[in-house]
Design a protein. Structure first.
Length: 501
């Protein structure tokens, strides 16, 4: 079973002077010498260094107090999530799965070996509690399998103790700077090793410039969503909070953008990709929809007076929620390991590498992007008009749900156009989000009522009192009716606001 911790550390250049005295910095009362530790780590990556390009490290290390496999995923500058697995001869399956969205079908192989002599110190407070670890590392790097490059250097590393205040590192750094110590140029030992042991020295490619034409803006937005999916994949596999929802949103943004900007990208190429994104969003949504419904119904049940709670509705709701979560989670993990999902990621990469641009893509962004966003908004207007003219009931529920989906698509189109169109687009994003929330409240009520009917039927079959389900159903019906009653005036305000674009 993997062990997870948050690693917050900083690295500094070092010379023969060693570690300056840090006593007195940030409450450091004592600097305890813990001797020299010998570490031997082999770093794994694909032949084209996909993990390193993403700031991810995967290593097998012996020596020290935490021998084993370590996977480090970037969280923020100087901060990574470190996942440990027991020592073994091959990459553990659980760690290999967490990098699958990066690696795809490529093999993980030994890339670099780092042997480090670590002169370790503990920074302790007055009660001898560990505040941070400081070390002077003498490193020998060796490139494996791709030449015989070697490198040697010495660096200082300061790592915050678990649960410590990151502000401590700022205070320690001020003392180090006063002693002439400067931050390291490389973000990690691996990054420096790769740079200094590369079999062929090549000049790094220049970073992409700012978006210029319509195609640039659309591709930049698509690229951010593709990156979000790949970055979120490990968190989804570990069931991290809000990760499934965030990945689903990125998937929907991608699909919506491909639909909204068909004047920029050839739909004969993008439509099949959009179909696959719809499939992925559906898989991600199964568990998210359950989570939202369970939270809504649990909160509603908590508001019911005890004397009106008949039977075991809370237990019945927990049973439904747990069963749904288990089956949805199992399916999601299977999908993330499937050829279909990995092929979709490959197709997204290909789309961004060699985009099927149409003539409008080369034009200035203002007119092209504005026309696309306005077209989406006109669809929202037509759907809202139809919904408001429909009698309350199932037909109106369906019409309002369709309007909500188009409002979301318009919002995402305005987001993509935001850097080019400025404040008008940002204002439309805000307006569409408010409409989406209103219609979302209505749709959540529709789904809640359907779930209550399902639970009531199961309870009735089990011989339980179903009164409370009916009470909750009636309350949900009133909530939906309140939303519908306010929609005409609300929609008038939205229409006026949307004229800014």
């Amino acid at each position: 079973m993997a062990d997870i911790k948050r690693e917050i550390e900083r690295k500094y250049q070092s010379d023969d002077a060693g570690l300056p005295d840090l006593t007195g910095a940030a409450g450091v009362a004592t600097v305890a010498d813990r001797g020299v530790v010998h570490l031997d780590a082999t770093y794994y990556d694909t032949a084209d260094e996909r993990l390193a390009a993403s700031g991810i490290t995967l290593r097998r290390r012996t020596g020290g107090s935490d021998a084993g496999w370590h996977l480090k995923l970037p969280v923020a500058p100087g901060e990574r999530e470190e996942i440990h697995a027991p020592l073994s001869d091959t990459v553990p399956d659980e760690l290999a799965a967490l990098v699958r969205s990066r690696v795809r079908g490529a093999a993980l192989r030994p890339l670099v070996r780092l042997r480090t002599d670590r002169d370790l110190r503990h920074l302790l407070d007055r009660e001898d509690r560990l505040l941070a670890e400081a070390a002077v590392d003498t490193v020998r790097a060796e490139r494996l399998g791709g030449g015989a490059g070697e490198a040697r250097w010495t660096e200082i590393e300061v790592e915050l103790a678990g649960g410590g205040d990151p502000a401590l590192l700022d205070k320690v750094e001020r003392k180090l700077r006063k002693a002439g110590v400067r931050p390291a140029a490389a973000s990690s030992k691996l990054a420096r090793a790769l740079a200094e042991t590369a079999p062929e020295r090549t000049r790094p490619s220049a970073p992409a410039g700012d978006p210029v034409n319509a195609g640039d803006h659309v591709l930049a937005y698509l690229r951010r969503q593709r990156d979000a999916i790949v970055d979120l994949d490990p968190a989804v596999r570990r069931d991290a909070a809000d990760s499934v929802h965030s990945m689903r949103v990125a998937t929907r943004r991608l699909r919506s953008t491909l639909q909204s900007f068909r004047s920029v990208l050839d739909r004969s190429v993008t439509d099949p990709i959009g179909a696959e994104l719809k499939w992925l969003a559906g898989v991600l949504g199964a568990d998210r929809d359950r989570e939202v419904l369970a939270g809504r119904l649990t909160a509603a049940l908590d508001e019911v007076p005890d004397d009106l709670v008949h039977g075991p509705p809370a237990a019945r709701l927990r049973q439904w929620s747990g069963a749904e979560h288990g089956s949805a989670r199992a399916r999601l993990l299977a999908v993330l390991d499937s050829h279909r999902y990995l092929a979709l990621l490959d197709r997204l990469d290909a789309l961004l590498t060699d985009p099927p641009l149409r003539e409008a893509a080369a034009k200035k962004p203002g007119k092209v992007l504005t026309e696309a966003v306005r077209k989406d908004f006109h669809k929202v207007s037509a759907l809202m008009a139809r919904a408001l003219e429909t009698e309350p009931g199932t037909a109106r529920d369906v019409a309002l749900h369709e309007a909500r989906k188009k409002a979301k698509r318009t919002r995402y189109a305005a987001e993509a156009a935001g850097p080019a169109l400025g404040k008008p687009a940002k204002f439309l994003v805000k307006t569409m989000k408010s409409l989406q929330q209103q219609l979302g409240e209505h749709q959540d009520s529709v789904m809640a009522r359907a779930t209550l009917r399902e639970l009531s039927a199961v309870a009735h079959a089990a011989g339980e009192d179903t009164f409370t389900y009916g009470l909750l159903h009636e309350r949900e019906q009133r909530r939906a009716a309140d939303v519908e009653a306010g929609l005409p005036a609300f929609w008038d305000g939205v229409k006026d606001a949307a004229t800014v674009l």
